[in-house]
Design a protein around this ligand. Structure first.
Ligand code: PLP
Length: 385
């Protein structure tokens, strides 16, 4: 919810811009940290969700580690002051250059996604005379019950080592003298709102941990990834239920005293703390529907075009007035998928009205592009109280 003061401030600024509510971000981070602490769980922030410096600084100050999926993310994490000992590095296609860089930084752990990657990391580590910690990212074939474009833990997905490749993986680990196996890693998808999914994951994690232990491997780290969803339909109900989330893992994972449980949360930590603020350029009456054309498009917020994501759309200039119109809310980009919502119920809307697209803190600003030679996306931060 925006105060009248916020709205008056927005009206003075050039649109479009991402507005970040830093107090809400802080509350969300503190809530997560407190809930994780109860069980001594380790949290790594999945940097790809949002790598804005101001946010990263707050996240680092909370004490979280960093979960990176590219060499440049590892670099950014180190530059932003995350301790290398709290950096994990996943990704199905790590290049030699990225691996070498991460080796030089002595990061906590590589989450390795194929048998061949084990071999390559081993060779590169040998060349540097280093010993390197690895966890095996396993594809557990657990359905995340989320949009198919953001599902990552099924047999048909490209991520992780499939169960049938685990014997080859164990063999390779034995041969690779530069590798130190520390544990197993999972990440089954994003925007997971049905917590039962995580119960199923726990059952699989327990089985895989046992599988490795039966073969003489000490599984010190159980990294269960991230994916906790947010409520895009209720952006004002803002802080995810971290307590319920962590409790599931406490209840269903077999954790021994010599084991650590690690998480990689992205969206849940940052998603609700931002809105994309945009202005209505034109209102156009079509034959069957009316269009609102915004000055923000898929170049600022790609999620709706990329995976039909829902974001709540509000006309904040007409706050409190009766909602009795329906519009398709679209951007200015020359693509038909450049549409933020169809048949959106709104107040009667006019050129110049401010439109807030809510819950854009995760996978928003970071996915912005220059397609159509668009400007860099601007950012505005709330004052902190
Ligand atoms: C993207 C990603 C995450 C975070 O996903 P969220 O849905 O944002 O929580 C965690 N781990 C890995 C390996 C990822 O690629």
């Amino acid at each position: 919810m925006f105060s009248n003061k916020d709205i008056a401030q927005f009206a003075q600024l050039e649109t479009p811009f991402y507005y970040y509510d830093l107090s809400l971000l802080q509350e969300t981070l503190s809530s997560c940290a407190a809930a994780a602490k109860v069980y001594h769980f380790h949290v790594h922030y999945a940097m790809k969700a949002n790598f804005n410096d101001t946010l990263l600084k707050k996240i680092r100050e909370t004490g979280f580690g960093a979960d990176c999926v590219s060499g440049n993310e590892v670099k950014k994490a180190i530059e932003m002051g995350f301790s290398a000992g709290q950096v994990v590095f996943a990704g199905v296609g790590k290049s030699d250059r990225e691996i070498n860089y991460a080796l030089d930084q002595d990061i906590f752990c590589f989450n390795v996604e194929s048998v061949q990657e084990l071999e390559v990391i081993n060779e590169l580590a040998l060349q540097k005379g280093k010993k390197v910690k690895v966890a095996i990212r396993i594809n557990p074939n657990v359905d995340a019950h989320t949009h198919h474009n953001i599902t990552t833990g099924l047999d048909e997905n490209k991520f992780g080592v499939n169960s049938w490749d685990l014997p080859a993986c164990a063999e390779m680990l034995k041969k690779c003298t530069a590798l130190e196996f520390v544990g197993i890693h999972f990440h089954i998808g994003s925007q997971i709102t049905n917590l039962d999914v995580y119960k199923n994951l726990c059952v699989r994690v327990n089985e895989f941990a046992q599988w490795f232990e039966e073969r003489g491997y000490l599984v010190r780290v159980l990294n269960v990834g991230g994916g906790l969803g947010i409520d895009y339909h209720n952006p004002d109900q803002q802080i995810p239920d971290f307590e319920a989330y962590f409790k599931i893992f406490n209840d269903f994972l077999d954790v021994r005293s010599n084991q650590e449980v690690h998480f990689e949360l992205g969206r849940a930590l940052v998603g609700q703390s931002s809105s994309l603020i945009s202005k209505v350029l034109y209102v156009k009456n079509g034959k069957k529907k009316n269009f609102i054309i915004l000055d923000a498009g898929m170049t600022e917020l790609m999620r709706p075009a990329l995976y039909q994501a829902y974001h709540q759309i509000e006309n904040i200039s007409k706050k409190g007035q009766e909602v009795n119109f329906k519009y398709d809310v679209v951007g200015p980009i020359c693509e038909s998928t450049d549409c933020f919502g169809k048949e959106v119920a709104l107040q009667e809307t006019l050129r110049g009205d401010l439109i807030a697209i809510r819950s854009t803190g995760a996978y928003g600003e970071v996915m912005a592009s220059h397609y159509n030679l668009r400007e860099n996306v601007s950012v505005v931060f709330s004052e902190e109280n």
